[in-house]
Each structure stands twice: as structure tokens, then as C-alpha cells.
Design a protein. Structure first.
Length: 298
């Protein structure tokens, strides 16, 4: 997801669930460092790809304020999952990454390599969990070539494609044509991502795509936005043998006890004004890690 709180509010621009379901149904390298960064590799290694959710991003308004110069101070679901599985994780995620920028150097991101209208992004200002030149896919291919005992790959990606559409269209991406274009872009790029991991890298182990949670389980528009993304992801994942972890359901249960609010349930980062940022709290990240563990199975 993008690294600004306004992105979450704009998610309400998505249309109803029935349209989303119908729409999705119609969708039929630079040098990189490949060294894991923490833990023991005696049980194998784990490669995490994705956006700010995987990164464990914390907004500047949070208390205590985050230290963007120390990447290891950010802990996301990959780190919690690595502890649970007792594997070493290399977290290559980048806040603001899109499906296109994950694959193609110079592609438009939503705050990773660049931002709308600016050549500046998170990775041009601050360190990531692992340092590399080129794209996340460049890193992934180098990593998998160097680590034949990789036990798991996880990925969350796609939300920033939708946010970019909202930010760069006059109607905030509400027309069927715009939504269709976003769905096709995500599906096409995800297909390339999964193909590169399976075929180019030759990785045959488990890959888990994490579905997105909703920012509200009482707001139909917020629900529709999350389901829109998750339906596209699920449709592409199956042909490549990619499991889908149900991030949506992971937040739904605890939120139900608080009127459908993941903010009130403590699953999103609380801000000093009493609202929440769109990114998961530690409790939220632990639920997402558990959802991935469940998708992997015994």
C-alpha cells in the first residue's frame, strides 16, 4: 500500500461488490545482493516480496516516531512468520511498490522508486530491509539462484496499482473502463511475476500471495475495494500453484467485535488524533503471518 493515509480514504471510490465480481470474472535485470539478513538458515530460507504491508511501514505521525534510517526497526508479517517457521527471511519489499515497478525498472510506482509527478521514492531516500539495485524481481531471481534451499516465497502486491488510478484520474477510478484497466494491469503483471518465479527461476516450492484486509468491515465500499483486489489476485494465482492467504478474513473476525472496525480492534496503527493509519499494527501483522501459515498448511 501507499505510504500516505489519504490513500485509505480514497479506497471508497470503488464500486459495488456485484460489479467487481462480474469484472474479475471477465479477466480470463541489474546486479543484486542475495544475502539473507537475519536468523538461521538451518531450516531453509524465506523470500518476502511486496509493498509497504510486507515492509512493516510505520507512518511519520505514529508515536513513537519511526526511524526511517534503520530498516530493521520496521517489523512486518514476514519477520513474524520467519520466527514462527524458524527460517531466515530476506524481505525485499518496498513501500509504494506496484505490480509494474516490481517487474520493470523505471515503471511508475506509488512511492517506492518514484512517486506520481516526482522521481523521488522511499528507496531513493531510505534503506530497505535488503539492499539491491534494479527491481524486486531482479533481486528475487538472483536470490533464488543463490539459495536453492529456499523454503517459501510470499508476496502482497496490487493495492498501489489501484491507488495510482485513483490519484491520476479525474473521477478517482470509478468508471468501469478504469477499473477494468486496473484489473487487467494487476492480472497481467502478476502472471508475469508468478511465471518468472516458477519458470525463469525454476522455483517449485510454496508461494503464498497474501490477500488484502479491509479498512472497514461495516462500509460496503471499503469491503468492495478489498474484494476487488483479492479476486484479481486469486484468479491469477491458481494456474501457477500459488496459494492465497486470506488477509481479509484474518482481520474480519477480530473487527466484528468492534463494529467492523479493524482500527478499534487494534489491528491498524493508531495515530495521536485517535484515528488509524492504513497499515497494520504489530497485532495485525501477527494475524497476517498466521493466515499465511494456515495457507501453507502442515
Amino acid at each position: 500500500m501507499r505510504v500516505t493515509p489519504t490513500a485509505g480514504r480514497r479506497l471508497v471510490a470503488f464500486t459495488a461488490v456485484l460489479f467487481v465480481v462480474a469484472l474479475v470474472a471477465s479477466i480470463g535485470a541489474g546486479a543484486a545482493s542475495a544475502d539473507p539478513v537475519n536468523g538461521s538458515d538451518r531450516n531453509g530460507t524465506y523470500l518476502a516480496l511486496g509493498d509497504s504491508v510486507a515492509f512493516g511501514y510505520v507512518p511519520p505521525q505514529a508515536v513513537p516516531a519511526p526511524n526511517y534510517l534503520v530498516a530493521h526497526s520496521f517489523v512486518g508479517y514476514p519477520e513474524y512468520l520467519a520466527q514462527q517457521l524458524d527460517v531466515r527471511v530476506s524481505n525485499a519489499s518496498c513501500p509504494g511498490e506496484t505490480t509494474a515497478s516490481l517487474l520493470f525498472a523505471g515503471a511508475q510506482s506509488n512511492g517506492c522508486e518514484n512517486s506520481p509527478g516526482s522521481p523521488v521514492g522511499y528507496s531513493t531516500l531510505y534503506p530497505l530491509h535488503v539492499q539491491y539495485q534494479g527491481t524486486q524481481m531482479d533481486y528475487a531471481l538472483h536470490y533464488l539462484a543463490a539459495h536453492k534451499h529456499t523454503r517459501l516465497i510470499t508476496i502482497d502486491i496490487g493495492a498501489n496499482d489501484a491507488f495510482l488510478c485513483q490519484e491520476t484520474t479525474a473521477d478517482h477510478c470509478t468508471s468501469p473502463a478504469e477499473l477494468g484497466a486496473v484489473a487487467n494491469e494487476i492480472a497481467g503483471n502478476l502472471g508475469t511475476i508468478f511465471h518468472d518465479l516458477r519458470v525463469v527461476a525454476g522455483y517449485q516450492g510454496p508461494i503464498v500471495a497474501l490477500g488484502y484486509y479491509s479498512l472497514s468491515y461495516s462500509d460496503p465500499a471499503q469491503i468492495a475495494g478489498a474484494q476487488f483486489l483479492n479476486a484479481v489476485i486469486a484468479g491469477v494465482a491458481a494456474p501457477f500453484g500459488v496459494a492465497v492467504a486470506d488477509g481479509f478474513a484474518a482481520f474480519a473476525g477480530p473487527s466484528a467485535a468492534f463494529g467492523g472496525s479493524p482500527c478499534a480492534a487494534g489491528l491498524l496503527i493508531k495515530l495521536p488524533d485517535g484515528t488509524c493509519n492504513i497499515h497494520p499494527s504489530p497485532a495485525g501483522h501477527k494475524l497476517l503471518a498466521a493466515a499465511i501459515a494456515q495457507a501453507i498448511g502442515p
